[in-house]
Design a protein around this ligand. Structure first.
Ligand code: BGC
Length: 458
């Protein structure tokens, strides 16, 4: 009984009311407008310098690399037109040492991966004399999913790291130049043509491949981190010098919102004691406060903090295990697997808790874990839905009875059961019947195809 009562109390702390969702969407619009006028807002609203959205007819072969989470991916992408493409790729884990070491070590490691990939998949190019002479002939789109101060399509200085990266000497440096220098040192004949946030790539790849009649206006990620990009009216990006020749005849700009940093001041976001504990053990306390309630890197840790608390209060588990007291022990796959277990005796949850936390559970404990996981996952989807609705309101996407298309990617969205249903529920609370005109679909390979499209428009 005590356990049931405690779990109900915790779940209610994670419930987000309609009024709170509406307030979040409203505050999002306020902060987005401020961010379009100045660079000094935490939710940075970064112009991507991509001023065209693809229509599916684009063609050509490009390299794309992707640094944004625990893996570094190199791909060669051939756009075939008709929304079709061919892609070859190789992923390599980025070690904790590289994630927190020097920029020289990190970027030379990245260039080395490009070299290995090219030797394997692009041997012709690799052997061409022009390339070994150092001439840049293959264009590369660099998906770099961290906040940068972007000043051109292939220029951007790193503002800060997120998602556990902490390569201090890279902050303030142009990440395209860091990569170009290491590629040149290996004489690869590759030109870093575009710096791409994964959300921008997601938007581009969805626009390229989507068969929907509606125009794609938003790309978003709910994975290790969370963020969104959208198609903005260029005239509203007032922090840019819009009289510059670079913008003549341009009407739109894809903006990378960096909404992970939405409401760092916690004016409207919900705060529980568990959020505070998680924030306190990150390398960037007080920052990325929206991301820390929504994205995969943090959901597992929020759940672990709750389980540990219940254990300490002696209402859950016979006692703590070393695993339960280990920070970051649970990742999002724990949540998806718990949610996926619909069996009567929760056999899957039983095995999972034994495997990840080395703890035995009773049936009542498994029910409790399931309820907690549902509450944490639902809050994530509801908060993400509120921000999406705010973005759509900001651009008037559903005015004139028009439909709008959104591309989504990321492990939480892809693997968490019901996530898309919950997102839509939350959007409906804010947009009402207009929600029916919001089409949300998976974007395939934003960081590969999307980055190639950015390299092409560059
Ligand atoms: C980064 C964004 C990125 C998002 C999703 C966040 O932590 O700040 O740039 O788009 O993660 O990968």
């Amino acid at each position: 009984m005590a356990l049931e009562r405690e779990v109900a109390a915790i779940s209610s702390q994670f419930a987000v009311s309609d009024a709170e969702l509406l307030a979040i969407a409203k505050e999002y619009i306020r902060l987005a407008e401020l961010g379009l006028g100045t660079d000094s807002m935490p939710m940075t609203m970064i112009p991507s310098f991509v001023t065209d959205v693809p229509n599916g007819s684009e063609r050509g072969t490009f390299l794309a690399v992707d640094l944004g989470g625990t893996n570094f991916r190199v791909c060669s992408v051939t756009l075939l037109g008709n929304g079709e493409y061919k892609l070859e790729q190789k992923s390599t884990a980025v070690s904790k040492n590289l994630m927190t070491g020097s920029s020289k070590d990190l970027f030379s490691f990245l260039a080395k991966q490009v070299e290995t990939f090219m030797k394997l998949h692009l041997n012709d190019h690799f052997n061409e004399e022009s390339s070994t002479n150092g001439e840049h002939i293959l264009k590369l789109g660099f998906t770099f999913s961290f906040p940068v101060n972007q000043t051109a399509v292939n220029r951007g200085t790193l503002i800060r790291w997120t998602k556990g990266f902490d390569v201090v000497d890279a902050i303030g440096q142009d990440v395209c130049l860091l990569l170009q220098k290491e590629l040149d040192a290996l004489k690869l004949g590759v030109h870093v043509a575009a710096l791409v946030n994964d959300t921008v790539g997601t938007l581009m790849s969805r626009a390229y491949a989507s068969s929907s009649e509606a125009l794609t206006k938003v790309g978003l990620i709910v994975g290790t981190g969370t963020n969104g990009a959208y198609v903005e009216d260029l005239a509203k990006v007032t922090k840019l010098d819009l009289s510059s020749a670079a913008f003549s005849n341009k009407h739109l700009m894809i903006v990378n919102t960096e909404w992970g940093a939405f409401d760092n001041a916690l004016r409207v976001l919900p705060v529980t004691q568990y959020d505070r504990l998680v924030d306190g053990i990150t390398p960037n306390p007080g920052f990325q406060m929206f991301e820390k309630r929504v994205s995969g890197m943090f959901l597992g840790e929020i759940v672990r903090q709750i389980l540990l608390d219940l254990c300490t209060r002696k209402v859950l588990f016979a006692g703590p295990s070393a695993e339960l007291t280990t920070e970051w022990q649970l990742d999002t796959s724990f949540l998806s697997e718990v949610e996926n277990d619909e069996s009567e005796d929760f056999d899957g949850i039983c095995k999972l808790v034994e495997k990840s936390l080395a703890l035995h559970t009773s049936h009542a404990e498994r029910c409790a874990i399931k309820k907690i996981v549902e509450a944490v996952g639902k809050r994530s989807a509801y908060l993400a839905g509120a921000i999406i609705a705010g973005t759509l309101q900001h651009i008037g996407a559903c005015s004139n009875r028009s439909s709008v298309d959104l591309g989504v990617d990321g492990s939480v969205y892809a693997h968490y059961p019901n996530y898309s249903k919950l997102l839509k529920e939350s959007i409906k609370i804010i947009l009402g019947d207009d929600e029916a005109r919001v089409i949300i679909g998976r974007a395939e390979d934003g960081s590969g195809v999307g980055a190639a499209l950015c390299a092409l428009v560059a």
